[in-house]
Design a binder for this molecule. Structure first.
Ligand SMILES: Cc1cc2nc3c(=O)[nH]c(=O)nc-3n(C[C@H](O)[C@H](O)[C@H](O)COP(=O)(O)OP(=O)(O)OC[C@H]3O[C@@H](n4cnc5c(N)ncnc54)[C@H](O)[C@@H]3O)c2cc1C
Length: 327
């Protein structure tokens, strides 16, 4: 009898979910591990008690290829996503680029892909070890670990280096990939911000992005929830600061941009993305061990966008379906 391979997927961001979904749809039963409390990774939405919500990671998605376009179309139809047409500056045309946001938050884009998966959230993988019987995965809550025939990792490259440093050829290829950090600021104003577009992509030394989160579809438009992203340069220089001083510095940077239009700040919270953006991508959809039992991917394989993560995850699923045993 053909015994189906035991497959582990580490990471439930867009790449891990696209991979696990593809495998499950082909009849496999992957087990997904993520250290976060819920799936999505950098497709993240932070909610506060008083009904405030912020997308502090990815702001919107675009589709350049048919596969991601079709997936997004399904999400729009089911209500998990909608088109976002903010008032912008700098000649950005959100309609022409077809910006799409998750509803009611960006993390909603993860949910349809995660539905029905064997997903272990809040479960950090601490070690992945090659053994004669396969790959042993140890997690924070399971020191003895569990064995799998195939392991897929979709964690950001610096974290992959820690887990797979012993896999020489793979570790070497990872050396070519670089990722940069980003400090994000979640900001709620006490009054309306008048006469200012919803999205400002600035050429300021400190901020690269400033947007009215509450202008996205499905958000409470009576609230003035804003999100700012610091530039890569500024984020790198201030990476190890505490969140409070970073919030204060970034509020001052927002003030410089909004000027007199800026109302009193109700709340300002900073979030550090240590591995935010791919600067130098691998240039291939994934890395695979010679024996076809270990696959590494993520946005960093192809670029700095959610669609790159999706394409990487799908490519890994396809490689397993094509090259390995039947489910
Ligand atoms: C501030 C910011 C703004 C962005 N803006 C945009 C945008 O507007 N449009 C766009 O297309 N893209 C944007 N991006 C990029 C986009 O978010 C990413 O390309 C995409 O979400 C990456 O998906 P991924 O699955 O490759 O990685 P991730 O989403 O990072 O997923 C990796 C997962 O692995 C988990 N993990 C890590 N280590 C372990 C471990 N040891 N054990 C278990 N789980 C682990 C993490 O918890 C995480 O859930 C932005 C990113 C940031 C940070």
């Amino acid at each position: 009898m053909n015994i189906p391979p035991r497959i582990a997927v580490i990471g439930a961001g867009m790449a891990g979910l696209a991979c696990a979904r593809g495998l499950q749809d082909a009849g496999f039963k992957p087990v997904v591990f993520d250290k976060g409390r819920s799936p999505g990774g950098r497709l993240a939405t932070r909610r506060f008690d008083d009904n405030l919500s912020f997308d502090h990671g990815a702001q919107y998605v675009t589709a350049h290829g048919d596969a991601f376009r079709a997936t997004l179309a399904g999400m729009i139809e089911s209500g998990a996503a909608a088109r976002w047409r903010p008032a912008t500056t700098n000649g950005i045309d959100a309609a022409a680029e077809d910006w799409i946001a998750g509803t009611p938050g960006m993390s909603a884009l993860a949910k349809p892909l995660a539905a029905g998966l064997d997903l272990h959230a809040a479960c950090e993988v601490t070690e992945v070890k090659r053994e004669t019987s396969g790959w042993r995965i140890r997690t924070a809550g399971n020191a003895a670990g569990e064995c799998f025939d195939i392991v897929v990792s979709t964690v950001p490259v610096p974290q992959a280096r820690q887990l797979f440093g012993a896999e020489r050829s793979i570790a070497q290829a990872l050396d070519d990939v670089t990722m940069a950090p980003c400090w994000a600021l979640m900001l709620v104003f006490a009054g309306p911000v008048a006469g200012v577009p919803d999205v400002l992509q600035t050429d300021s030394e400190k901020l690269s992005w400033l947007s009215r989160n509450s202008s996205k579809p499905g958000r409470d438009s009576t609230k003035e929830c804003w999100v700012a992203h610091a530039t890569t340069h500024w984020s790198s220089r201030h990476l190890e600061l505490e969140r409070e001083p970073v919030a204060a510095l970034l509020v001052a940077a927002v003030q410089q941009i909004l000027g007199d239009a800026m109302p009193r700040v109700g709340r300002a919270i900073a979030h550090r993305w240590r591995y935010a953006r791919t600067v130098q991508a691998l240039g291939l959809p994934c890395l695979a061990s010679q024996d076809g039992t270990l696959f590494l991917g993520g946005d960093w394989a192809l670029g700095a966008r959610v669609e790159c993560a999706f394409n990487s995850g799908r490519a890994i699923a396809q490689a397993i379906i094509d090259r390995r045993c039947k489910p």
